[in-house]
Design a protein around this ligand. Structure first.
Ligand SMILES: Cc1cc2nc3c(=O)[nH]c(=O)nc-3n(C[C@H](O)[C@H](O)[C@H](O)COP(=O)(O)OP(=O)(O)OC[C@H]3O[C@@H](n4cnc5c(N)ncnc54)[C@H](O)[C@@H]3O)c2cc1C
Length: 302
């Protein structure tokens, strides 16, 4: 069975950039991806210099074209379901198809998954009218009638104050979960931000474009978009099974060069960083992790 220098799990910007750097370093790489990117719901991605406004699938197509110049990089479009470490630096990786691959090092670039506020139909608008990152999508929503929808008491006030930078026509909806303290409430009202603490019954719109929020008490407020705060989780558990520790935000703990707490296991992108979650940050993390992997392999082999 072939022994790869590195197996990268996840083909988003983090994993793709790691594969590019390792391919250019003449390393044999297998990149696994089951194509369930976090931003697949969006029409355009913003804030990546030279790629501002690019469609997520076009970003990946261009990345695959770049990678294809390096014959030692192999893309396997399938899900990794398990992984075990044998000895000092041998990993056995199992795919959902039942195939086993071997690698000397691992980069976990698996991204993260989100749990949106519990409102029926919210996914119809997530990525088209509702977003999670004002730096990614605030510009397109500037000066529009917006809502912050957040069931998260510790994050929603800061989300409101951030979104206020892009639009002053702002309401905040708790969907019936938690409240604001007196100081926050006074500040929000002084800024003209209306507070809706009753549950949301429905989001209404056309063609995935939000038009209004309907509350359980019958109140209706016209809104064309906004931002949500989500809960999130790592999509796989095998990182923890390998013994990788988590950081304070619940992502994989890494050092400045992408190394996890387990020898020869690295991580990059949203899975480790959690926030800020951006394509360019993920890609930079992938690049750093790849250089660390190459340095470790050089150290073992030289
Ligand atoms: C609605 C929305 C809009 C956004 N807009 C922007 C924007 O405009 N600009 C911006 O910079 N950022 C934006 N982001 C954030 C951006 O999408 C993420 O920061 C970025 O995708 C993280 O890259 P990543 O490589 O870490 O993870 P991902 O892009 O999520 O890629 C992870 C990949 O790993 C694969 N994977 C996971 N587990 C396995 C496994 N077990 N086996 C095989 N494959 C696996 C997944 O299928 C996926 O393809 C947005 C996010 C959302 C949710």
């Amino acid at each position: 069975m072939k022994l790869y220098d590195c197996a990268i799990i996840g083909g988003g910007p983090a994993g793709l950039n790691a594969a590019l750097v390792l391919g250019r370093a003449r390393r044999s790489v297998v990149l696994f991806d089951d194509n369930k990117a976090r931003n697949a719901v969006t029409l355009e991605s913003h804030g990546f210099i030279t790629r501002d406004g690019i469609k997520p699938e076009e970003f990946r197509r261009l990345a695959h074209t770049d990678m294809s110049k390096y014959p030692s990089v192999q893309l396997v479009r399938t899900k990794v379901v398990d992984m075990v470490k044998r000895g000092h630096s041998l990993f056995l990786i199992q795919t959902s198809a039942g195939d086993i691959f071997q690698a000397r090092t691992i980069i976990l670039a698996i991204g993260l998954k989100e749990k949106l506020p519990s409102i029926t139909g919210i996914t119809d608008y997530y990525g088209t009218s509702l977003f999670s990152c004002p730096y990614c999508d605030g510009w397109e929503l500037r000066d529009k009638a917006l809502a912050v929808i957040s069931e998260n008491e510790s994050h929603r006030y800061s989300m409101v104050s951030t979104v206020y930078n892009w639009s002053k026509d702002l309401i905040v909806c708790t969907n019936g979960v938690g409240t604001f303290d007196g100081q926050q409430r006074a500040k929000l009202l002084s800024r003209g931000v209306r507070i809706f603490e009753q549950p949301i019954a429905a989001l209404k719109g056309k063609n995935n474009r939000l038009q209004k929020i309907v509350f359980a008490d019958g109140t209706e407020v016209a809104r064309i978009g906004g931002f949500v705060t989500s809960n999130w989780y790592l999509p796989i558990r095998f990182a923890e099974k390998l013994g990788c520790q988590l950081n304070a935000s619940g992502g994989l703990a890494i050092d400045d060069y992408g190394k996890t707490t387990v020898d020869h296991v690295y991580s990059a992108g949203d899975a480790a960083t959690i926030s800020p979650a951006q394509l360019i940050v993920a890609a930079a993390g992938g690049s750093k992790a790849a250089m660390s992997v190459n340095a470790a392999l050089n150290h073992m082999d030289f």
